[in-house]
Design a protein around this ligand. Sequence first.
Ligand code: ZN
Length: 180
Amino acid sequence: MNKTGKIEVICGCMFSGKTEELIRRIRRAQIAKMSVIVFKPKVDSRYSITQIVSHNKIKIDSQCITSSNDILNYSTEYDVFGIDEAQFFDKNIINICKKLANIGKRVIIAGLDKDYKSEPFGFMPQLMCEADYLVKLRAICVKCGNSASYTKRTTKEIDQVVIGELDKYQALCRNCYNNL
Ligand code: ZN
């Protein structure tokens, strides 16, 4: 049986542990002696530009890139490709992930499925559609403690992309989000 490539998508709202899960999978691939590389889009420079960092401060080295095309410059050298904050990448990210999987690579994508207005974010819907494996993680609602799938922005900014953490966003369950 030939080794086959695959696309794994880890999605969910903010504070649901997507980056932590991405890092966990990348670490396991490293233990298995696979060569790994992780990318993140330049828009997101919180904490560090050469590492991805989960909310609980676990870190892993990453390449900060401006265009999804930059990923292809590395396609022959690595076995496993991690992509964090995938909702911020251009449309080309879909074809790049497919190309990598088609040549036998493992692609692990983490990203927000929805924005603060609960609309689909970037090209995450298409990436979820292309996934061989898909998980949707949930956070904990800060109001009531139920599992949360919604991200609420706590500031008045209206752009889709506003970089922030607990200072600007909260995870809420369906009831608490709808009762706003
Ligand atoms: Zn709630």
